[in-house]
Design a protein around this ligand. Sequence first.
Ligand code: DGL
Length: 271
Amino acid sequence: MEGVQTGAVRRVLFFDSGVGGLSVYRDVKEVNPDVEGFYLFDNECFPYGTKSPAFLENRVVSLIDAACRRLRPAAAVIACNTASTVVLPFVRERISIPVIGVVPAIKPAARLSQKKVIALLATPGTVSRPYTDELIKKYASDCKVIKLGTPVLASIAESRLSTGTVDRKAIEQTVKPLMELKGGDRPDVAVLGCTHYPFIADVLQQLMPDVRFIDSGNAIGRRVRQVLSALGPESFEKPGQPLAFYTGNLDSYADRLKMVRNFGFADLQQF
Ligand code: DGL
């Protein structure tokens, strides 16, 4: 773009309840290397999957609003299906920058499925949302959609990312109802409808080798590129430091710092 300094960046805020949004951040960075990320995770209220829509609306709108005032990003990504399926319109009403939501990849899953049987793995909140039902009605009306809502998988992904160990047995126990489906009832495509799940996708794939798992990460990467390209040259800034922030108190700070550094963040601070 004319008048833009070489090496200039665009600051984008990524928001989630925990580590899940880092999977989205990674995919967004891959196609938008000039994005400098701020990552805010609401550690204090994790998990979101069991919280009420009213609670999430209040909490997420005020946190994103506060983060935008303080950090002045050019755009924000709500890198959480549980939050996006409730709060998107309210956040857009409150803040003036573009807001990109992450919602389950039902549309591509329905297209990919040959058997027209798809599974949706997500939090209890996401699987019970009217927004999710609308997505299914709109894009997967020709498919049987098997919903598996659980708070367990997000916690397993959290601990895998900060400790490096993964509870395979608990994952197997959780997805057993899907593994036991046979023949025409068995899905050939499964939607990872929680941004934490790409971090345990390898285990899920081992447990269900015949199922194709898909998430929204790449689509969000393309969407961010599109949204940023519509902004003017004033959205570019001199590079600074990509920073991560948590809310409340954080257990095992050193592990978490190491984790966010692995994703390219310079520091982890209390918000
Ligand atoms: N990462 C969030 C999502 O995409 C949910 C995790 C949680 O329950 O807090 O839905």
